[in-house]
Every structure is written in structure tokens, then in C-alpha cells.
Design a protein around this ligand. Sequence first.
Ligand code: ADP
Ligand code: TRP
Length: 333
Amino acid sequence: MKKIALTGIKPTGILHIGNYFGAIKPALELVREYDARYFIADYHALNTVKDPGLLAAQIRQVAAGWIAAGLDPERVIFYRQSSIPETFELATILMAFTAKGLMNRAHAYKAAVQENAAKGDDPDAGINMGLFTYPVLMAADILLFDSDVVPVGKDQVQHVEMAQDIAQAVNFTYKETLLRVPEASVREQVAVVPGLDGRKMSKSYGNTIPLFAPEKELRKLIMRIVTNSQGVEEPKDPESSQIYLLYKLFAAPEEQRSLADRYRAGGMGWGEAKEALFQAANRELSPLRQRFEGILSDPAGLDAILARGAEKARPIAAQTVARLRKAAGISSG
Ligand code: ADP
Ligand code: TRP
């Protein structure tokens, strides 16, 4: 029996290259070795996206993005979280095993509280229960499908650890391995893809390179990357330049070495380094961009793919929930 890999992406904005290298690409590489279950975390997105038209569009864009990046719906069970109602039943069960204190320690919630404090606002201002209980819903996503590994970026490791804690609490209570304890899988070399300003690339910082940006926009964004004031002739350190760090993601090892040598030798300005990055990025992203446009132009086809995925996922989900209800003394009748 193959082990199970599972991950989800929230449709809270358009996909960027941080999502691609940090989450999508590593997840797609696992498909060869694992039974993969990948999904669109649309109810997680509802915590922040309250515009229905926008949410609907982003769900389709993220789904099309996965397929354009190479997800084969015949090999991967690919679905919307909202199509699996068992997720929400399991989340309710897990609530009973989740310490409130554990939620208090979640990074996203803590950051929101700190932001309020910094502004002198009420600590709970703008924080909904969806954000507070976010890790429980995510644990339900993971535990529902007996996941062994969860490919994610570094920022999600804490959430996977919380899913471990919650699974262990359930197993301990019923003295039975009802829920498989998952492990996060993080690719160290791409754990944090830097953004245009050098901070982590993130929708919330507005410093992203969208994965499907048209060629002209891609060039413009790359030319906007913030650099220091070193002149053309000065030798430069590749590893402390985010242009080079981004280039590494797109270039073959020998191309990486050759650009690194040119950095160290001096005589290459930032403009030229950016041009090399643009060429390498465009080479990898052009075919993706074309596939993406094609998939998006057939929304009914896309919906059918997701509906088939949900059909495959639900029987698995139903088994997990039935197992827990039985163990808990809540019959399915
Ligand atoms: P954002 O920070 O832009 O809101 P999400 O939180 O929606 O991105 O992340 C979706 C997935 O992409 C997660 O697995 C996350 O770890 C990964 N990811 C996001 N940004 C980066 C980044 N800059 N580097 C590596 N992985 C990232
Ligand atoms: N929290 C993840 C993110 O922000 C998205 C997500 C929801 C997820 N449920 C999941 C990731 C289950 C992995 C497994 O990126």
C-alpha cells in the first residue's frame, strides 16, 4: 500500500511563485511515490474573502493553477474542501479534543492579536472564530484522509504539528489508533521564496510575482525587485541577492554556477541579473501560462473534474467519520 500525501491551498488570491515552489511543485513530485489527495481549501478562504464573485473566481483560478502546473486528476484525488461535508463533521468532533490554549498559540491568530495591540485596538478586533479555530479545520482536512505526509511551506509546519497533537489526543482517549498521525514535509531549499522586496513572498505583503503573469507584467515585476546601490563593476555576493535566489529556482545547476561566477567577478549590473532571471522564469512559466488560460476558458470542464474528485474522496471521508462516531458512542443511525 502506498503512503498518502495530502495538501490544500486557500483560494485567497491568485497563485504566486512562492506557492508554486513552496507548495505545488513539491506536492506534484510526491505523486509518483504517494497516493495524493490535493484540494482547494475554500472554507478556509471564507474567513477573509467575503466577496462571493471574487471567491468563486479564485476557487477556479487555484484549481486551474494546479492542473496547469501538472496535476493529473486521474492520478490525484483533486477536490474542493466544501464538497466534502465530512470535513466539517470531523472538525466538530476534533473541537472536543482541542485545547483552547493550543489555538491561542497559533501563529496566524497571535499575529492578528499583536497587530491589534500595536494599533491600540481591542485584542479581538476583526478576528473571527474561523481564524481562531483555523488549525482545527486544517487538522480535519488532514486527518480525514489518513494522511502520512503533508507537503507545505515552512509557515504551515505549526499547523501540521497541531494536527498531530489533536490526533494523538483522540487516539489516547479511545486507546486506539483511530487517526493516523501526519508529518509535514518541507523542502528546505525552497522553504521561503523571497518576494520583490526581499521579505517572504506573500499575498499579504503585496510583493508577489503571480505564477501566470503575462510576459510583459512578469518582466516589469522582475525589474522592480529592490537592490542595493552597488555599481556595475563591483563584485557581488549571489547568495545575499534575491535576484539570484529566485534565479536558482528556475535555472539548471550549471546555469546557477555560471551566474554566481559572474556575480563574484564584477562587471555585471543588477539590470543584467534581472534580465537573466526574467529569461529563466519566462522559459519555465510560459507553457504553464498557456495551459492555465486554456483550462480557465472551460469552467464546466473544470467543475466536472472537481466533482469527480469529490466523488472519489467522499467514501474515504465517510469511513473516517463513521469510525470516530462509533468509537465516541455516537451511532450513525
Ligand atoms: P500567502 O502567504 O501568499 O498568503 P498561502 O498562505 O496561501 O500564501 O500559502 C499557500 C502555500 O504556499 C502554503 O503551503 C505555503 O507554505 C506556501 N507558500 C506561500 N508563500 C511561500 C513562500 N514565499 N515560500 C515558500 N512557500 C510559500
Ligand atoms: N493552511 C494552509 C495554507 O494557508 C491551507 C490548508 C488548509 C492546508 N488545509 C490544509 C494545507 C491541509 C495542508 C493540509 O496554506
